[in-house]
Design a protein around this ligand. Sequence first.
Ligand code: PEP
Ligand code: MG
Length: 584
Amino acid sequence: MIQALGASQGIAIGKAFVLPHWEWELPDQKIDVGDLAKEFDRLYEGIRRSKTEISQMKTELDEAVGSEEASIFDAHLAILEDPVFMNEIQGIIQRQYKVAEVAVKEAIDHFVTMFDLLDDEYMKERALDIKDVGNRLLKHLLGAPEISLPEDTQPFVLVVRELSPSQLVHLKPELVLGIVTMVGSPTSHSAIMARAFGIPMVMGAEGKLEQPIGTGDLLILDGETGMLQVDPTPEMVARYTEMRRRLIAQKEQLLKLAEVPSVTMDGLSLTLAANISSLKELEAALGNGAQGVGLFRTEFLYMDRSHFPSEEEQFEVYRTAVQKLKGETLVVRTLDIGGDKQLDYYEMPEEENPFLGFRAIRFSLKRKDLFKIQLRAILRASNYGDVQIMYPLITSVEEVREANEVLAEAKRELEAEGVPFRSDIKAGIMVEVPAAVAIADILAEEASFFSIGTNDLIQFTLAVDRMNEQISHMYEPFHPAILRMIRSVAQAAKAKGIPVNICGEIAGDVNALPIWLALGIDELSLSAQAILPVKERLLRSKASDSRRLLDGLFRCRTSKEARELARQFHAEAALAPGSANPLV
Ligand code: PEP
Ligand code: MG
């Protein structure tokens, strides 16, 4: 048994299909000076065909899993338009009279070696993209066929040295039980896509195997823990088959709760809404019984393209979303760009600390022209259902007022143009900066609702960069400082009579649920796959019991004590009489 990296949850048991490397023999010949133009034509034709193929794959993936995953191919298209990459290829043809295939291969090797030398996971992933695009171009220049996977076979576990997104998009999910890669990390594009397809995956098996895996070897992999076993014993196969069956049954069972109202045993309702970043994700959320959308991360609409989206384009998306919600609320967060979320087509200033920099509402208030376009689109969509606006990264009352002034201007314009909208549209704020927590009592008079963004609030309060692996153990939602902050925001909201929601990832932790019940949180906004596990727990909870936990939690002095207390409470509540599983 070996321990690799868990990259996509789930258990796979099946025979290996080992994918050979994507390599070809290259022509060993030089070109005549007079044939240079012809060689360039061949190169451009190869590029054109590669682009068409990549665009087709992008469309297929967009339809299958959504625009966020499909945007991976924009990076591939960009490489084929990258002047540095293209100059390198053209230079080799022009100065060394090498054929286009050899020039492309040498350019790939040059950039891949350069990126691989950098001790930077991101650049290593880019090297994989270049290899992938370069190989596609080579394939067209050589007229070689695509490497294909067995079609008329039993489902298999794909074993591959490294897997590119364009190889993954050709897989038929029903044939691929699981994936094992020798190199790569769970943050790679392929891992993101495997998760979107729901294919279990382990990565980074290289150097851990006693001998190479061969096609036909029986494998078991656990995409959660990263466990990989070649040639398992019959007992092990039986054990993992049972685990797999249980996992699938659990998921299916949970689906039965999608339509059940989310109310505790003693009658307290808690709205379970969804966090989405695309219409595709909305479908998944609705399938899991989401009661509205508590956070639409609109920056992804701005990312998957080459220019700012127009008012019309945005309006279409927001209108479609609210219509699909059939009367439930859609909270549209205005653009939260900056930090780790950049736009390819808009150059942000170089910043020492981008998370503390020119981002979110700060950007919108500086670029009021763009802000107003978004607000107009949201306002227009409000004519079709319950749409609300949410401003990100608020730190002061002035920001809320200034944003509301732009909103008022957008309303005046639409009114003058005779365009219908809800004039009493609600505008709330994200509470995700410690300053906003400290003045929550004042902000509660300016905002229609609060949504606590614990992802950022934790990083700012504990001074722990949410992207930095070295200190990820310090990123602690159960830190007494965080629990106290959430309590004080909830109290400020209650005192002024405005709703208070939680939309950070902590909302999906079932052990934290009693805290929300005891604090009177009105709504949790969760990623689609977290909705049903939280609802299952909610249906077995008593709000009255939760208050007991809260007293204990606020006496804890350390994160560890608080976390352990919440875990224990969860385990005991599950065994308590009367807390029968709602599914049986
Ligand atoms: C948050 O900060 O908690 C949040 C929900 O927003 P994002 O993760 O998009 O920053
Ligand atoms: Mg945030």
